[in-house]
Each structure stands twice: as structure tokens, then as C-alpha cells.
Design a protein around this ligand. Structure first.
Ligand code: SF4
Length: 494
């Protein structure tokens, strides 16, 4: 059978989509090639969030066409994902060596399309049409895919090692239309899977030794707000899962910390968290990416009453200036954002808070930027992903006046980075000497002789351990803090 190599650009959603495509192809008999130089099929799963990511994928494909196709003209080349969705046929017009362009709602058709091309029934395929129900198609996992590909074995010498942590796609698309963001155009409108299907997938992963699940979507806190997909129920009937959601709403909310709270209207997302939390054997639940607008009191209360929901929140603020937040169409103010942070810290003392910030958004003045610096200092983020604004075609922000010159974007990026690094250094150093629980994920990427795990706040801890620790929750004593990495020793209990 042909072998396939998938190169992924961009976010965790893309990583997850690539994994699901790889699993689908393996199920059809394809093998995973260890590198592009020996693969029969090379797919680039693309990102459109920044221009740089698009240019990288285009250059990569140009090189593949020039180098690989020259020696092996039968190799199939394809684009998938966001850039495939937004550019479609244009990609083949520009790069005639490309055989396949597969949009974001068509990942599940990868095997069929490749079969057609490899069998010579079709020369080129461009499929970027919308497809109802496609949100439920990203469900196959390739838990041992990368490990198997790299020939890894477990500590006892047989088989690839267990995967401890897995991503589960719960929804696709976004209706927020932030003015800088291309996602609503490349991923389409919000479509959510139903709770029983998601829970079944999570249960299966836990049965395969997964301990931590990250619920994934472009705007997970909007999960289910526009209805849910269909689900099959016992007896063969099919019902709209939105009905199941309302039946899950509880009149009262008995917290893990005791006491009965007054009735809280639970959003579909919190109902999903409740349902996943019930899974026996699952130790940790995370989610990404949320939107600050979605942190209602029900979600904040969930942090207080669901122990498996880790004390870690990614709250993308983007700017500290209300004027810029309005231009971005973010739907919250600086004050509302700070209020959420305060409530979260009250619900879960010690919660780790990370964020995304864009510097140099069109019209951002020095005063606006200083408000962002001040907000970063006030919140004391555990970490922040800083992006220099990158105009994306067809987004409203690209046409806004007062685009900020590149030099100023660079300079603001540097200044903010210094603030974030300084806060991070202080926060990480404060953990030295403390005893912290980690979930061990596997060997350290930088030094495979050592192991890494993550704290519940998602901080990386490197320690001297072995394969037998993989998948275990351990207490470690932090001995040293590096740049956004901790070093520790396992605590030997008396
Ligand atoms: S909420 Fe996130 S995915 Fe949706 S438009 Fe805004 S930045 Fe893009």
C-alpha cells in the first residue's frame, strides 16, 4: 500500500486534523512514511492565521514539486486545511504539480480522494465545499502514530509507548468574526458535535490509557450554542442532541466542595464538561481555545466543583485597550476581562492564566499599547503568546486606516515580551522548593535521557525518571526554574 507523509502547520486543531487523517488512511491500509523523501503521498495541512504560515507552506510545496517530483514523478502532492479552503483552485493554478486541494470540511474524504488519484481515475481534485455534519468526522485517533513512525518502544522493549494525553475535537468553526481573524472564513460557521458522541470518544481514549483530554475547537466556550449534531440513541431512533442537552440541565448544583448552590443555568459547554468529568479513569480535563465572553458564572463555578478540570485557563485578551478591543470586535471590555480573572482566582486559587495578545493592531496608539502592558502586569500572566498583527486578506482589519508600521510592531512585540518574561521568571522561581503534582508524558524532547511531565497549570517539569513513570501522576519537588521550564526530583514518600 502507498505510504503517506503529512506535514502540519499552525495550531492544535490542525495537529488534531492531521492525526485524524493519518488514522483514517492507516485504517484503509496506508502506511505512515518516516519522511517526505520516501513517501508516495505528501500532504501539507496548512494554516492561514498569519501570512508567514501561508508563505512557508507555499514555499515548501514549490520545493517538493522541484525536488521530489523531479526524481519521482508518481508522488502525489496535496494541500489540506485552512489555506486549501481559502484559496481552492488558485493553488493548482499557481502550482500545477499539486494534485489535491482538500478544504476544512473534507478531511474525512482524504482516503477516497487519494484512492481516485492513485488509481488514475481522477487527475486533480479540488474539494472545498461545505458539508453538513463534517464536525463529527474528526474522531479517529492514532495514539501510537508518531511513536510507531519513529520506531519507539516502551520501557520493557515491546511496542510503542502509551500516549498519556489526547485532543478531542468538540466543534468546528466560529461565529465571532473578530476583525483580524480569517478563521470564520476558513473554518465556517460554528457546528458542534453532540455530547454522547464526544463522551464515547473520550471513554475509548481512556480505555486506551489516556489520562488527560483536551477538548478542542475554534471557540469551545460557544459549544452547542447553535444546536448540536444528531446522535443515534438506543432503539435506532435519531434525535437532535439539543434535546439531550436540555435534559442534562440540573435544577440545583451540588458542588464538590459541599453545599447546594442556587440553580445555575448551565451552558451546553458546562454540561459537556460535567459529562466528561464522569468518565472513570480520566484524571485531567483541559480545553482550548475559549473566548473570554464564554466565561459565564456557570463555567467559573465548574472550576470550583469539578476537580478533574485543571486549574489552568487560557484567556485570550488580545489587547488591554477598550478602544482596540472594540475595533477588534472582541465583545468584552478590559474591565469585564479583569472581572473574569478575579472570579477565576477566587474559584480556584493558584489557577494558571495564559493569554494571546496582538501588538500593532491597526490604529493601536502608544497609549493603547501601554494599557496592554499595564494589563499584563496587573493580571500577572503565567505565559502569553504574542503576535505581531499580520493583515489577512478579506478580513475587515486589513482595510482599517492607520496600519501600524512594521518597525513599531517589532518594537512593541519586544517590549511586551520583556514584561511577560520578567513575570514568568518571577512566577516560575517562586515554585522552587515547592512540591507539585505532575502527569508524566514521556521523554524530554531536548534530552531524551530525562522525562517530562506537566503540572495541572500546564507548566513543563523535567526530571530524572524512566519509561515506567509515563502516564503516572507523581509529586515532584521543584529544584530549579529555567525559562518557562521547571526542573524537579520525584518526591520519595516515607
Ligand atoms: S473568536 Fe477566535 S477563532 Fe473566532 S474570530 Fe475571534 S480570534 Fe478568530
Amino acid at each position: 500500500m502507498p505510504s503517506v507523509y503529512i506535514k502540519t502547520y499552525g495550531c492544535q486543531m490542525n495537529e488534531r486534523d492531521s492525526e485524524a487523517v493519518a488514522a483514517q488512511l492507516v485504517a484503509k491500509g496506508y502506511t505512515l512514511a518516516p519522511s517526505e523523501t520516501v513517501a508516495d503521498v505528501i500532504l501539507l495541512n496548512t494554516c492561514s492565521v498569519r501570512d508567514l504560515a501561508e508563505q512557508k507552506a507555499l514555499r515548501k510545496m514549490e520545493n517538493l514539486a522541484a525536488e521530489i517530483r523531479r526524481d519521482r514523478p508518481e508522488v502525489v502532492l496535496g494541500f489540506m486545511g485552512c489555506m486549501a479552503q481559502s484559496r481552492g483552485q488558485e493553488l493548482i493554478d499557481r502550482l500545477p504539480d499539486v494534485d489535491l486541494v482538500l478544504g476544512t470540511q473534507k478531511f474525512h474524504r482524504a482516503a477516497d480522494c487519494l484512492d481516485e488519484i492513485l488509481a488514475g481515475r481522477r487527475d486533480k481534485i479540488v474539494d472545498v465545499a461545505e458539508e453538513p455534519g463534517s464536525e463529527a468526522t474528526i474522531r479517529e485517533h492514532l495514539l501510537y502514530g508518531n511513536a510507531a513512525k519513529n520506531g519507539a518502544v516502551d520501557g520493557a522493549g515491546h511496542g510503542p509507548p502509551r500516549q498519556v494525553s489526547a485532543y478531542v475535537s468538540i466543534m468546528q468553526g466560529c461565529n465571532q468574526y473578530c476583525t483580524f481573524c480569517i478563521v470564520p472564513y476558513t473554518r465556517g460557521a460554528e457546528r458542534s458535535r453532540n455530547i454522547p458522541d464526544i463522551v464515547a470518544e473520550c471513554r475509548q481514549l481512556v480505555a486506551q490509557s489516556v489520562k488527560e483530554i483536551t477538548l478542542l475547537g475554534q471557540i469551545v466556550t460557544s459549544y452547542g450554542k447553535r444546536g448540536l449534531g444528531e446522535t443515534a440513541v438506543e432503539g435506532g431512533a435519531s434525535v437532535l442532541a439539543s434535546r439531550l442537552v436540555s435534559s442534562l440541565a440540573l435544577p440545583n448544583d451540588t458542588g464538590a466542595h459541599g453545599g447546594t448552590r442556587p440553580a445555575l443555568q448551565k451552558s451546553p459547554f458546562v454540561q459537556l464538561l460535567d459529562a466528561v468529568h464522569e468518565i472513570e479513569g480520566l484524571e485531567r480535563i483541559r480545553f482550548t481555545s475559549p473566548h473570554p465572553k464564554g466565561y459565564g458564572d456557570d463555567l467559573i463555578a465548574a472550576y470550583a466543583r469539578l476537580p478533574k478540570l485543571v486549574e489552568s485557563a487560557h484567556l485570550p485578551v488580545q489587547s488591554g485597550s477598550n478602544r482596540v478591543l472594540k475595533l477588534m470586535h472582541r465583545g468584552y471590555t478590559r474591565e469585564r476581562y479583569l472581572g473574569i480573572v478575579e472570579k477565576l482566582r477566587r474559584a480556584r486559587p493558584g489557577i494558571g492564566i495564559t493569554t494571546d495578545i496582538i501588538v500593532g493592531f491597526p490604529g493601536e496608539t502608544e497609549d493603547d499599547f501601554e494599557q496592554t502592558l499595564a494589563l499584563a502586569r496587573e493580571v500577572q500572566f503565567d505565559n502569553a503568546y504574542i503576535f505581531k498583527y499580520s493583515p489577512r486578506r478579506d478580513t475587515p482589519a486589513a482595510d482599517l486606516p492607520d496600519q501600524v508600521p512594521q518597525k513599531i510592531r517589532e518594537e512593541r512585540n519586544q517590549r511586551l515580551l520583556e514584561v511577560i518574561n520578567e513575570i514568568g521568571k518571577r512566577k516560575y522561581s517562586a515554585l522552587v522548593g515547592r512540591r507539585i503534582e505532575i502527569l508524566v508524558e514521556g521523554p524530554s524532547k531536548k534530552n531524551p535521557a530525562r522525562m517530562t511531565g506537566r503540572t495541572r497549570c500546564k507548566k513543563i517539569v523535567v526530571f530524572d525518571g524512566s519509561e515506567r513513570h509515563r502516564g503516572h501522576s507523581l509529586d515532584v519537588k521543584i529544584t530549579r526554574a529555567g525559562s518557562f521550564t521547571l526542573y524537579g526530583d520525584p518526591v520519595i514518600l516515607a
